[in-house]
Design a protein around this ligand. Structure first.
Ligand SMILES: Cc1cc2nc3c(=O)[nH]c(=O)nc-3n(C[C@H](O)[C@H](O)[C@H](O)COP(=O)(O)OP(=O)(O)OC[C@H]3O[C@@H](n4cnc5c(N)ncnc54)[C@H](O)[C@@H]3O)c2cc1C
Length: 456
C-alpha cells in the first residue's frame, strides 16, 4: 500500500490487526500464555478512519514519550502524543513513584522539570506531588503545541516493507488510524515495535524472567516521620504480615500532612505484556496493601493508630518487558568500559538497579548461570539503539530501547529515559525536515543539535 492509496481511500482496514503479537525473538523459556496456546480464533474486520495526519506520532506518554513529543514539536514537527491512561506521566504519575532520580544536575527537560515542579528533598530523593506533575505535563504539551490524545491505546501498525505508515488506535471512539511519517514507540513495553513485527528480547537470557512488578498504596493519618526498612517490617511482622518487598518505604507527600506513598509489594514471575498476569498482580497488590495498612494500624502504636488507605495504584508498576532490537544493542560490556560513541545522545552515570528477579522468600532456582560481574562507568547511549533494526522510520524511547538486560537496569531510570526521549523526538523532527528516515541521519549532527537544545 502506498501513501497515495492511503490518502485516496481515507480508510485503512484493520483486519485482525489488534493484538500485539509479532514476537520474532523471545528469550528461551519465557512464559507461554496458556489462554492463547491452542486458542480458537475470531477474525476482526473493521474500517479505521484516518483521523489525523502528523509528522511525528509518539505512542505512550510516560517520561520518555513526553520528552520525545516536546523535543519533536519544539523542533518544528507536527507532533501527536497518544496515551492509554487519562493523564500523562507514565510511572511518574500512574504508579505512585513520586520522586525523580538521575535528574538533578542534568540539562534539558530534566532540568526544566526540576525548575518548574515543586520538589522536596527526602531520603536524598526529589519528591513531588503527583497532581503537580500531571498538570505540569499538560501545560508543557500545550505550550509546545503537541496534540495530546488520552484514553487511547495504540494497538497495531500499517507496515509496508521497511516502513510504517501509522498506527491503529482503540478508544471510546472505536478503531481509528493516525498516519505519521515517523513513529516513536515510548510505550515502555515496545508494543508498537512488537506489533510491527520487530525482533525483541525479554527478560533473562536463560528463562525470560523479568524484574518484579510493584503496586503502590497512598495512606493518610500517619503521625510519624518518613521511614523505611527494618523498623516498618518489624511492625508488619508483629501483625503477622511479611511484606513481599522487604525494604518497605514511606514517601511523604509534600504539603499533605500525614499522607505517604507506601511501597511494600513486589510480585515475581509476572510478564508485564500478559494481561492475565497483570490482572492477577493488581489484585494481589491490593490485598497486600490492605494487609499492611491493617497491621500498621493495629501494631504500630500511637503514630499509626489513625492511618487509613486513600488509594492503591492507579496502575501496577512494570519495571521490565520487551527490549526492541535496534541498530546497536547496548550491553553490560559497554557499561563496564564506559563506552562512548560518535552518535552518543546521552551520558549515563547511574549504576545498574536490577531488582532481584527471584522471590527472596523462596529458595533460588538451582544451577542459575552466573551473572557478569561489572561496574558501571559513565557511558553513552548511541542514537542507533533508538532506531528499530527492522523498520527504518520507527524509533524507540524509554525502557524499550535496544540493550541487554543488564544495561536496561541502568538506563531505565526516569532521568535517563527522558534523555532517550529528547533524542528520539529531535531525530524524528530532523528526519522530517530533511525528507529522510531517521535511520539515514548522520548521528554526530543529531548530537550537536541535541546539545544545543538541551543547553536551552
Ligand atoms: C515500581 C517502579 C518503581 C520505580 N522507581 C524508580 C525510581 O525510584 N526512580 C527512577 O528514576 N526510576 C524508577 N523506576 C523506573 C522508571 O520509572 C521507568 O523505567 C520509566 O518510567 C520508564 O519510562 P518509559 O517512558 O519508558 O515508560 P513508562 O513510564 O512505563 O510510560 C509508558 C507510558 O505509555 C503508556 N502506554 C503503554 N502502552 C501503551 C499503548 N499501547 N498505547 C498508548 N499508551 C501506552 C503507559 O500508560 C505509560 O503512560 C521505577 C519503575 C517502577 C515500575
Amino acid at each position: 500500500m502506498t501513501r497515495s492509496d492511503l490518502n485516496r481511500r481515507g480508510f485503512l482496514t484493520a483486519a485482525a490487526a489488534v493484538g500485539l503479537g509479532g514476537a520474532t525473538v523471545r528469550a528461551s523459556g519465557a512464559q507461554v500464555d496458556e489462554a492463547r496456546e491452542d486458542a480458537e480464533f475470531q477474525t476482526l474486520r473493521c474500517d479505521a478512519p484516518i483521523v489525523r495526519k502528523v509528522d511525528v506520532l509518539v505512542c505512550g506518554g510516560g517520561p520518555s514519550g513526553c520528552a520525545a513529543a516536546l523535543y519533536a514539536a519544539r523542533s518544528g514537527a507536527r507532533t501527536m502524543l497518544l496515551e492509554n491512561l487519562p493523564f500523562l506521566g507514565g510511572v511518574w504519575t500512574a504508579v505512585g513513584v513520586s520522586h525523580l532520580i538521575a535528574g538533578r544536575g542534568h540539562d534539558g527537560l530534566n532540568a526544566e522539570i526540576h525548575h518548574r515542579l515543586p520538589v522536596h528533598q527526602v531520603f536524598q530523593r526529589n519528591i513531588y506531588l503527583i497532581e503537580d506533575m500531571k498538570c505540569l505535563l499538560d501545560d508543557m504539551m500545550a505550550e509546545a503545541d503537541v496534540q495530546v490524545q488520552l484514553h487511547t491505546r495504540a494497538v497495531s501498525v500499517a507496515r509496508e516493507g521497511r516502513l510504517v505508515h501509522g498506527v491503529f488506535t482503540a478508544s471510546k471512539s472505536g478503531f481509528e488510524f493516525i498516519q505519521a511519517d515517523v513513529v516513536i514507540d515510548a510505550t515502555g513495553d515496545g508494543d508498537i515495535a512488537a506489533a510491527a513485527g520487530c525482533a525483541f528480547e525479554q527478560g533473562r537470557t536463560f528463562d525470560g524472567q523479568t524484574q518484579p512488578v510493584t503496586l503502590f498504596g497512598t495512606i493518610g493519618g500517619y503521625r510519624g516521620q518518613p521511614a523505611k526498612g527494618r523498623e516498618l517490617v518489624e511492625i508488619l511482622e508483629r501483625g503477622g504480615w511479611r511484606p513481599s518487598y522487604p525494604p518497605v518505604t514511606l514517601f511523604p507527600q509534600p504539603g499533605q500532612p500525614g499522607v505517604f506513598q507506601l511501597m511494600a509489594t513486589q510480585f515475581y514471575g509476572i510478564d508485564g505484556t500478559n494481561v492475565r498476569d497483570l490482572s492477577r498482580a493488581e489484585t494481589l497488590g491490593r490485598y497486600e496493601i490492605r494487609k499492611c495498612v491493617e497491621a500498621f494500624r493495629q501494631h504500630g502504636g500511637e503514630d499509626w493508630k489513625d492511618i487509613y488507605l486513600i488509594s492503591t495504584g492507579p496502575a501496577i508498576g512494570v519495571r521490565e518487558t520487551r527490549r526492541i532490537q535496534g541498530r546497536y544493542q547496548l550491553t553490560w560490556e559497554d557499561l563496564d568500559r564506559g563506552a562512548s560513541f560518535e552518535d552518543g545522545i546521552a551520558e549515563i552515570r547511574s549504576g545498574s538497579n536490577i531488582h532481584p528477579v527471584d522471590d527472596p522468600y523462596e529458595s533460588p532456582p538451582e544451577d542459575l548461570p552466573p551473572s557478569p560481574r561489572f561496574r558501571v562507568r559513565p557511558y553513552q547511549i548511541p542514537l542507533r539503539s533508538l532506531i528499530a533494526a527492522d523498520v527504518d522510520n520507527l524509533m524507540m524511547a524509554g525502557r524499550c530501547i535496544s540493550g541487554d538486560v543488564y544495561a536496561l537496569g541502568s538506563y531505565r531510570l526516569t532521568g535517563n529515559v527522558v534523555r532517550t526521549g529528547e533524542a528520539a523526538g529531535l531525530a524524528a523532527a530532523m528526519a522530517i525536515e530533511n525528507g529522510i528516515v531517521p535511520a539515514a541521519l548522520p548521528g554526530p549532527q543529531v548530537v550537536q543539535r541535541l546539545d544545543q537544545m538541551r543547553a536551552g
